[in-house]
Unconditional design. Structure first.
Length: 252
């Protein structure tokens, strides 16, 4: 399995507009973060997780020419507002792109982007998507995708398990039922917003706590703000816990 970090940033991205902090002015490319998203690939299946506002830039940088489906974690703007750029895949593939989400996210997508879910036109010039509520594990070729319910503050959202890899962004707590679905992971990708506590996201201390509880063989941190300098955070972390960065490609 191949996992590409299309973006590892929070809702504002890094650099942050109008900010002149040390991280926003950093020359380290690992401190330049587009909005959080990954691409998961296995044997020709390509699953995109979320369509943030930076989607076009991310897809061009990663050289992606085809996708099989889109999985949405939740309906916040930094995870859905690039949905219109999916039309490039409709035009290239000449097919409706299937999308999957929880019930609330599916409703929000259809309300905010109604035109994306209408029948395709003859030129495939606009987004042509289907939306399905995902209720249980689904198989996409060799990839078994299991939705994992998380709490983003008080809002239930989805993380996803792909075989022995889990992607858990934008959350604060995990209940015991969901935790049971996260055993025996080769790779965990987990929310890590900043050092200071936040009401709906994990900070560094909490990310390390959940990483220990889940016990994956490797853990990568994502969805980081400009409060986090890559090199400084990496120097503080225990073995097998690593900050991710945009463009990083992993095998699992």
């Amino acid at each position: 399995m191949r996992i590409t970090f299309l973006g590892t940033g929070s809702s504002a991205g890094t650099p942050v507009m109008t900010c002149r902090c040390q991280v926003c002015r950093s020359n380290d490319p690992r401190n330049q973060r587009l909005r959080a998203s990954i691409l998961v690939e296995e044997e020709g299946v390509r699953l995109l997780v979320d369509t943030g506002p930076d989607l076009r830039q991310q897809i061009l940088r990663a050289g992606v020419v085809r996708i099989s489906a889109v999985l949405f974690t939740h309906f916040h703007a930094d995870h859905i507002n690039g949905i219109d750029d999916l039309r490039a895949f409709n035009f290239a593939q000449k097919e409706i792109i299937p999308c999957f989400a929880d019930a609330r996210t599916a409703q929000e997508l259809q309300a905010r982007f109604r035109y994306c879910f209408l029948p395709p036109d003859v030129t495939w010039a606009k987004p042509s998507l289907s939306i399905t509520e995902i209720l249980e594990a689904l198989d996409f070729g060799p990839l078994r995708v299991t939705p994992i319910t998380l709490l983003h503050g008080k809002l239930p959202i989805f993380g996803y398990r792909f075989n022995n890899v889990a992607y858990l962004t934008d959350f604060k707590t995990i209940n015991d039922e969901s935790l049971a679905l996260l055993q025996d992971l080769d790779l965990l990708i987990i929310d890590c917003l900043r050092y200071e506590e936040h009401p709906t996201h994990l900070n560094v201390e909490e990310a390390l706590l959940w990483a220990r509880r889940i016990g994956a063989r490797r853990t990568y941190l994502t969805h980081m703000t400009h409060d986090v300098d890559y090199a400084e955070l990496a120097a503080l972390l225990p073995p097998r816990v690593i900050p991710a960065y945009d463009g990083l490609v992993l095998s699992a």
